[in-house]
Structures are given as structure tokens and as C-alpha cells.
Design a protein around this ligand. Structure first.
Ligand code: BES
Ligand code: MN
Ligand code: ZN
Length: 507
């Protein structure tokens, strides 16, 4: 779909459809007001008749409104004017795009970006409109024999801005929004792919393809089981032991910083292409959803896509730590003691707490990149869902400044995270009779003790951990990957790249 911005008045627009907001109760936005005047009260008459109250997401499609050059007007409810916040704005855009797409309007001029959204500027409104539009049109039907085809799909949308002065930041917002939307789609596609297709080798091939399409400053290196054995990544290897699919760690290196030697930002993604739990087998209800246990790796892949598309002036290393946790005669057992790459030993008390075993060795491995920052992203604990539900990603860090940076990026991008305390009190829960630690912290504070476990392998650098167990996918009727937290991490990287203040999301 094609997006653009312009600045013009509604009566001069000749488009398939104009989109204008109506506030509750039956109040005009300034554009709706202008359209009403042009049409000599046509719209106010409809509202008086009770056709549209203005509740969030309500729609009314009008055809051939008197004196209006465009064929149609889509009126969309935006709720109470003073209560229009990020969430409602997204709902309004979502509904708008779906209505346009389902009613055969192939192009539209949208005036919703002129509405006042609490705390948000034009850049934000345009960027989020692009991201939301792309997201609302997403389908994953690659593996269906009969694909839905729309006869007249929405092709083009123009966002109208109130002044010409805003056009530059509007254009930048479209560029950023499109790149982020592409990253989100890439992450969703990988995550939605079934585990018999999307195994470690599949993810490694995707990582290689990505580097090949941006060959100048991007390379991918893949470590197999033999390499990991030589290095001593025994915890990582133990998790994949029961699987016939080889464990593969893909390392994507992007050098966008003018100084190729500048310390990189390292992103590490948990890539369990399927987590059966191993010998500590999971119950079978919804076990299919454990194909999403690679959403951390999918996020890293998606964020790399964004960084490459925008050519961000940063050095970034993205690591997809992939393997499969299966049940077999060679599987890891409860009671096994593993010597990690760091030299620390771990007693395995539950083979289903496998993510931390894969990540601990990966966190030690990335020390070799002399990172400025390391962020790991993982569907790590069911306990994080109990703590924060499905709306917030869990954020833990050994560095206050970094955790603030990530929290504000999350807030800016509308891809929220909540900080959890990583304090020493919790470390005691990891004590082992026979090894340096166990991989099981017990039920109290399960998301935090998992974070504490990882922190023992991240002492050499500034590090943050994102537990996305609750946010990476939706279950039930709307099942599918969400692409979170690609937007949040992209924002974090954008904030670390220098742009003029006009293009800042904070303005
Ligand atoms: N991948 C799961 C965590 C998970 C479970 C994410 C459900 C999303 C939904 C992880 O490997 C796991 O099994 N964690 C265990 C840890 C426990 C054994 C300490 C859990 O959360 O139950
Ligand atoms: Mn598990
Ligand atoms: Zn897992």
C-alpha cells in the first residue's frame, strides 16, 4: 500500500473517499464541520436523525454528498474529543482501514492525522497510522489452499496535515512507519510459521538471506553444534540434545556506524522453535502455541530489518539463539549438572526452564563483541504473564539509565513495557545443593528469578532483559504473533540515532 502526506482543504479533494472524525456526542471535527458547510447541512441532518453517535470505531459511509467532489465520505466515531488518547486513536485508524478495505474504496484522503491526540505530535500520529494500517491488513495465509482475494483492496492513503510546515516530519514518519511495519511483519511471519518448517535451519537461512540482500555492511555467521561444543556452550547444547533438528546460533552483524570499530548494541533472541518442556513435559493443552517460543529471535530478526531499511548509523549485532526442546533418550534430564560457557555450573531441576540455559551461554558468547549494550528478548516465563498480563512486556536490567531508555522508547512507540526489580534478595531462590545455581527459582517472582539467573551471565556489560511471554502472541480466536516488541526496540535504536528535532517523536 502506498502512503503519502499533503496539506489541503476538503472541498478541493477529488478522491474515492474522504475520512473525517465525529466526536461523541454527535460533535463535528473541524473537517466534518467544513464538509457540512459545503454540503449545506447534509451531515448535520444525518447526525440529528441519530445515524452516528460518535462512539470510538462507529462508522457511517456516505455516497455522493452534495457539492463534495469526492465520491464518498467515511465518518468515523472518535469518542469524546478530550479523551482521544493513543489507544483510541489506534482503534479509530484500525476501524477506518478495515472499513475502507471492505467497502471497495481503493484510495482515500484521511483527515484523522489532524485530530488532537493527547501528548502526541504529527510525526507520531502519521507514523502510528502507517503502522496500524499495515497491521490491520496483515494476514498469514501462506499455507492455506484458498487464499482470500479482495476484489478492490485499499491501495493508497493520503494523510492530510493542517499546515504545510508539517509535511517534512510527516514524510519522515511515513518512512519510519513503513520500515517498522516491515520489521513487524517479518517477525510475525517467522513466528506464525509452523515448527516443522520453521526450525533452527530455517531461521539461519532467513538470517543469511537478510545479510545477502544488504551485502555491503551486513554479514551472517551461523554456529552449529560442533562449533558450540568446541567453545564449551554446554548449557545451550543440552537443551537441543533431544531434538533431531540441529541447534544453530545465527549471528547477524550490521555496521552502520561511520566508525566501524564503535562498540555495538547486541540483541539476543530466544529462539526455541518448539518447547515441549522436555522430560519435564508440558501439559498438552495449547502446546501448539509453543511454536511461538522463538518470538525473541523473530523480534531480533524484525529489528535488524528495520535498522537495515533505515540504514541507522549504529553498529548492531543480532543473535538468533535457536534450538528445539524435545523428549528423547538423549534429552537433558532433571538432575543433570551443566558447565556453562562462563564456567559456572547449573543444576537442572526442570527441563522446561530451558530458555535461560540457551540464553546464559549466548550472553557469555557475545562478550567477544565488546558490546556497549546487550538486550535479550525472550518468551521466558509463564510467571511474567501472571505478573503483567498481556499488555506489558517485562523489563529487567542491571543498569538504570538503560532501563529508563527502554521504558521511554516503549512509551513513545505505544509498545509498552514495565520495569521489574532485579534485586539480590531474589538471587537466594537459585541456590543449589550441588552446583553454583539451579535453573529453577520457584513460584514467587518467577519472572524476576529468571532475570536474576540471566544477570549472573551479564556482569561484563550493561544489559537488559525483556520477557515477552505475555506480549509476543495472542491466543484463542485472534491467535497469531503480534510482532512485539519490534516497535519498542526500533524506537530505542531511532532514539540512539541522531535526527533533527522536527523528526523527533517527542516534539
Ligand atoms: N517458553 C516457556 C514460557 C512460556 C510459557 C511462555 C507459556 C509463554 C507461555 C518457558 O520455557 C517455560 O516453560 N518456563 C517455565 C519455567 C518454569 C519451569 C520455572 C514456566 O514459565 O512455567
Ligand atoms: Mn520451557
Ligand atoms: Zn520456553
Amino acid at each position: 500500500m502506498d502512503f503519502s502526506v499533503k496539506s489541503g482543504s476538503p472541498e478541493k479533494q477529488r478522491s474515492a473517499c474522504l475520512v473525517a472524525g465525529i466526536f461523541e456526542p454527535r460533535r463535528f471535527s473541524s473537517i466534518a464541520e467544513q464538509l457540512d458547510q459545503i454540503s449545506e447541512g447534509y451531515i448535520s441532518a444525518l447526525l440529528r436523525r441519530g445515524e452516528l453517535e460518535g462512539k470510538v470505531g462507529q462508522t457511517l459511509l456516505l455516497h455522493h454528498v452534495p457539492n463534495v467532489l469526492s465520491e464518498r465520505i467515511l465518518l468515523i466515531g472518535c469518542g469524546k474529543e478530550r479523551e482521544l488518547d493513543e489507544r483510541k486513536y489506534k482503534q479509530v485508524i484500525y476501524q477506518t482501514i478495515n472499513t475502507l478495505n471492505n467497502t471497495g474504496s481503493m484510495e482515500a484522503v484521511c483527515f484523522l492525522t489532524e485530530l488532537h491526540v493527547k501528548r502526541r505530535n504529527t510525526y507520531w500520529k502519521v507514523r502510528l497510522a502507517v503502522e496500524t494500517a499495515k497491521d490491520s491488513l496483515y494476514t498469514f495465509d501462506e499455507l492455506k489452499s484458498n487464499k482470500k482475494v479482495r476484489r478492490r483492496p485499499l491501495r493508497k492513503i493520503v494523510f492530510n496535515l493542517s499546515t504545510r510546515r508539517e509535511l517534512t516530519s510527516g514524510e519522515r514518519a511515513i518512512q519510519h512507519g513503513l520500515a517498522i511495519a516491515t520489521g513487524i511483519k517479518a517477525a510475525k511471519d517467522l513466528a506464525n510459521m509452523p515448527p516443522n518448517i520453521c526450525n533452527s535451519a530455517y531461521l539461519a537461512s532467513q538470517a543469511r538471506l537478510l545479510a545477502n540482500s544488504y551485502s555491503q555492511n551486513t554479514t551472517t555467521m551461523v554456529l552449529g553444534e560442533k562449533d558450540m561444543k568446541e567453545l564449551g556452550m554446554n548449557a545451550y547444547l543440552a537443551v537441543g540434545e533431544g531434538s533431531t533438528n540441529e541447534s544453530l546460533m545465527s549471528v547477524i552483524t550490521y555496521k552502520g556506524n561511520p566508525d566501524p570499530e564503535a562498540q555495538p548494541i547486541v540483541l539476543v533472541g530466544k529462539g526455541l522453535t518448539f518447547d515441549s518442556g522436555g522430560i519435564s513435559l508440558k501439559s498438552s493443552d495449547n502446546m501448539n502455541e509453543m511454536k511461538y517460543d522463538m518470538c525473541g529471535a523473530a523480534t531480533v530478526y524484525g529489528v535488524m530489518c528495520v535498522a537495515l531499511a533505515l540504514n541507522l548509523p549504529l553498529n548492531i549485532v543480532g543473535v538468533l539463539a535457536c534450538c528445539e526442546n524435545m523428549v528423547d533418550g538423549r534429552s537433558l534430564r532433571p538432575g543433570d549438572i551443566l558447565t556453562t560457557l562462563s564456567g559456572q555450573t547449573v543444576e537442572v531441576l526442570n527441563t522446561d526452564a530451558e530458555g535461560r540455559l540457551v540464553l546464559c551461554d549466548t550472553l557469555t558468547y557475545v562478550e567477544r563483541f565488546n558490546p556497549e549494550i546487550v538486550i535479550d528478548i525472550a518468551t521466558l516465563t509463564g510467571a511474567c504473564i501472571i505478573a503483567l498480563g498481556h499488555h506489558f512486556t517485562g523489563l529487567m536490567s542491571n543498569h538504570n539509565q538503560l532501563s529508563h531508555e527502554l521504558s521511554s522508547a516503549a512509551e513513545q512507540a505505544g509498545d509498552r513495557a514495565w520495569h521489574l526489580p532485579l534485586v539480590d534478595e531474589f538471587q537466594e531462590q537459585l541456590e543449589s545443593h550441588f552446583a553454583d545455581m539451579t535453573n529453577l527459582g520457584g513460584r514467587p517472582g518467577g519472572a524476576i528469578t529468571a532475570g536474576c539467573f540471566l544477570s549472573r551471565f551479564a556482569r561484563q556489560y550493561n544489559w537488559a532483559h525483556l520477557d515477552i511471554a505475555g506480549t509476543a502472541w495472542n491466543s484463542g480466536k485472534t491467535q497469531g504473533a503480534t510482532g512485539r516488541p519490534v516497535a519498542m526496540l526500533s524506537q530505542f535504536l531511532l532514539n540512539r540515532s541522531v535526527f533533527s528535532s522536527d523528526e523527533s517523536i517527542n516534539k
